[in-house]
Write a protein that binds this ligand. Sequence first.
Ligand code: HPA
Length: 280
Amino acid sequence: MKETYTIAEIDAVASQVHSRANRPAEVGIILGSGLGDFADEIHDAVSIPYSEISGWPVSTVPGHQGRLIFGSLEGKAVMVLQGRVHYYEGYSMAEATLPVRVMQRLGVGSLIVTNAAGAINPGFQPGDLMLITDQLNLMTMAGPNPLRGPNLNEIGPRFPDMSQAYDRSYLQKARQAASSLKLALREGVYAGLAGPSFESPADLRFLRLAGADAVGMSTVGEVIVARHGGTRVLGVSGISNKANLDGNTVTTHEEVLAAGKVIVPKLSRLLLSFLRELKF
Ligand code: HPA
């Protein structure tokens, strides 16, 4: 397991990607569990399996296709991760967030992160979309932060600010997009846990008290790395299940993937409208 990367190591991966894709990328998009079909919207797509990029972490989880796709969406040059890797798969935080570093080195300045999440807020239902307004990094708050190790001074500062991890103007743009599409959009705080076990009822009551509205096993590290390099972030959770606060229901990965089918069409409308309005 690699705990840190040098700029040269990141650039070695970035240059393979660049020579395979042979086109620029302005916006990075990471598609979470069950949400990979959003990639069907991409025009002029060039697809690169992760397994063909030496040094790229390969996902081992059903529902994560494992392809990097370059192309265009609403006139924006995009680089889309159809599937991500997670800390719980045994990757280090640096490995799990390497794709964001590669995006930064290839010139991506805006990142859209998506994920499947369990609803902690009792007002949320499976199938809802939630704009992420802030995050609780319970995955590594007191442990292996993805920025642990020598700082990459070429990319960002030793102690990066996280006061606006999710860009306020992007949040506003997404709200406007939802309102003109008449699409219901929830908002809230995403808590990122290490997983892979789902939460116990006591875990969930604790998260609720801590101010979380939704919970998942990804995203928070990617956003820390994005902000370290000044990349602006929009985050959207697809609510796949109600978290089991009372201990009377069982959460399964199959349920999470099935919810994606309902969520993808709404997510597509929201993101395409957001991208249409995005100015750099
Ligand atoms: N808990 C954690 N991660 C998740 C959940 C959940 O309920 N649903 C989707 N990802």
